[in-house]
Design a protein around this ligand. Structure first.
Ligand code: NAP
Length: 241
């Protein structure tokens, strides 16, 4: 049985990706940063598909947490075959008001976390001559967004990282791709003011906000053998935004 590790799998997009990969027969490991109840619920939902599933508290911005997480997953489930770098946060604000702390925090979790987890996963994938790395970036990493200089920089960084690592490990059977969601209804976007949401909606040709399932569908495809000749790509899941 192949093993999929989804960072930030306790809630939102990561939770739905975990469940859908479980449905496809993957054993599942997820990590979370603080919300154990949500992590437990995700794991219970995964187990209903007859697979093994586990959760771990790990801060992806801390190298030691990441090393310990990969060791534990390997011991209990086996080496990771599919890694979904999904954990992410926002700390929005206009540039002139953005603190160094808020800039660093977002870069550390979103971008450095992706670096730590990818580095921890790649050796076993090379040994197996098979692996799938799926990085969750954002449309704002492509286009930019006022008030999100830190977040956009982290997500643009993930795109460069994805394309570079895809070039390094393609010959070893490892594909590395990114998914760039637009506006997806989760806790992350629920907190935005109504007028901001309305303005986003007016920019979406498909005239609806995305759901976590829309992103998970792309992730499941990229994790599958059907995507075996796709690497270094950024798939936008934005309703045409
Ligand atoms: P969410 O509902 O806020 O969930 C975030 C997840 O990340 C939670 O599971 C959280 O764990 C985990 N997390 C946060 N900091 C962490 C850390 N330091 N270490 C490990 N896990 C951590 O977010 P979402 O909307 O599902 O977003 C998921 C990904 O999609 C993010 O990378 C986000 O940037 C990206 N994205 C989202 C949208 C959107 O519209 N929602 C659009 C584009 C891109 P806890 O439950 O323990 O807090």
């Amino acid at each position: 049985m192949s093993v999929a590790l989804i960072t930030g799998g306790s809630r939102g997009i990561g939770s739905v990706i975990a469940e859908q990969l479980a449905k496809d027969g993957f054993d599942i490991a997820i990590c979370y940063s603080g919300n154990e109840d949500a992590a437990q619920k995700t794991i219970e939902a995964c187990k209903k598909h007859g697979v093994q599933a586990m959760y771990i508290k790990a801060d992806v911005s801390k190298a030691d947490d990441v090393t310990a997480m990969f060791t534990q997953v390997k011991e209990l489930l086996g080496p990771v075959d599919v890694l979904v770098n999904n954990a992410g946060i926002t700390k929005d604000g206009l540039l002139l008001r953005m603190s160094e702390e808020d800039f660093d925090k977002v870069i550390d979790i979103n971008l450095k976390g992706t670096f730590f987890c990818t580095k921890a996963a790649i050796k076993d994938m090379m040994k197996a001559r098979h692996g799938r790395i799926i990085n969750i970036t954002s449309i704002v990493g492509v286009k930019g967004n006022a008030g999100q200089a830190n977040y956009s920089a982290s997500k643009a960084g993930i795109i460069g990282f994805t394309k570079s690592v895809a070039r390094e490990y393609g010959a070893k059977g490892v594909t590395v791709n990114a998914i760039a969601p637009g506006f997806i209804q989760t806790a992350m976007t629920d907190e935005l003011p109504e007028e901001v949401k309305k303005s986003y909606l007016s920019q979406i040709p498909l005239a609806r906000f995305g759901q976590a399932e829309d992103v998970a569908n792309a992730a499941v495809f990229l994790a599958s053998e059907k995507a075996s000749y796709i690497t270094g790509q950024v798939i936008e899941v934005t309703g045409g935004m």
